[in-house]
Design a protein around this ligand. Structure first.
Ligand code: DGI
Ligand code: FE
Ligand code: FE
Ligand code: FE
Length: 188
């Protein structure tokens, strides 16, 4: 496997400066949350650094991977917003040499969440939302909630993200709904 330095180098080369700064912000936030919640720091760092590795891949390359590498073909109906985590986990394994399945799962789930999420999955999902470079109405509250209760933070983010997606009338990926049903719905 790569050292942190080697990983940072490859990741920096794969994206714009702006996105790379976002990635470093996610890493810093993930490490603080990892200390707060007792999650392995090295895993938190690796997952944070790699989470958007595939975000700037051309759509034609991503579609080719979906077709040839055994992914669910219904993914083709979506776009990079949905692809980059799922295919990013695949590319992180093949190109970055990340073999830790817990890290790969956190990358895979970082955009949509899931019904079942590990502490690391939740931490990356939340750190991506609240890193210092993020500015949107409600981010301050999201930051407070994140350090108070990680499950509440997942619920807060999922509700806000889904509300925005619906307001924009964009296609909702089924896993995003599963995340809502699991972490937001109260009477279960
Ligand atoms: O990659 P980032 O911008 O750092 O953040 P992200 O991977 O969490 O989210 C990327 C985008 O994906 C964000 O604008 C919200 C959007 N998204 C999340 N769930 C869905 C979705 N977009 C669609 N169309 N459908 C979803 O279910
Ligand atoms: Fe992302
Ligand atoms: Fe996110
Ligand atoms: Fe991100």
């Amino acid at each position: 496997g790569l050292t942190r330095g080697g990983l940072v180098n490859q990741i920096q080369k794969s994206m714009s400066e702006k996105r790379f700064n976002h990635v470093l912000g996610v890493e810093a936030t993930a490490l603080t949350l990892a200390e707060r919640y007792g999650v392995n720091l090295e895993r938190a760092s690796m997952a944070a650094l790699s989470h958007d590795y595939a975000k700037e891949r051309p759509d034609d390359e991503m579609i080719e991977l979906i077709r040839t590498q055994g992914f669910d073909l219904s993914l083709i109906e979506y776009g990079n917003q949905i692809w980059h985590g799922i295919l990013g986990a695949y590319l992180a394994k093949v190109e970055l040499g990340i073999v830790d399945e817990e890290v790969l799962q956190a990358i895979r789930l970082h955009t949509t969440g899931a019904k079942e999420m590990s502490q690391l999955d939740k931490l990356i999902y939340v750190a991506d939302f609240i890193e210092p470079g993020r500015q949107f109405p409600g981010v301050e509250e999201a930051r407070v909630v994140a350090f108070r209760n990680l499950d509440e933070a997942v619920a807060f983010e999922t509700k806000q993200t889904l509300s925005h997606l619906i307001a924009q009338e964009v296609k909702i990926y089924p896993k995003t709904i599963e995340t809502y049903n699991q972490w937001v719905v109260k009477n279960r």
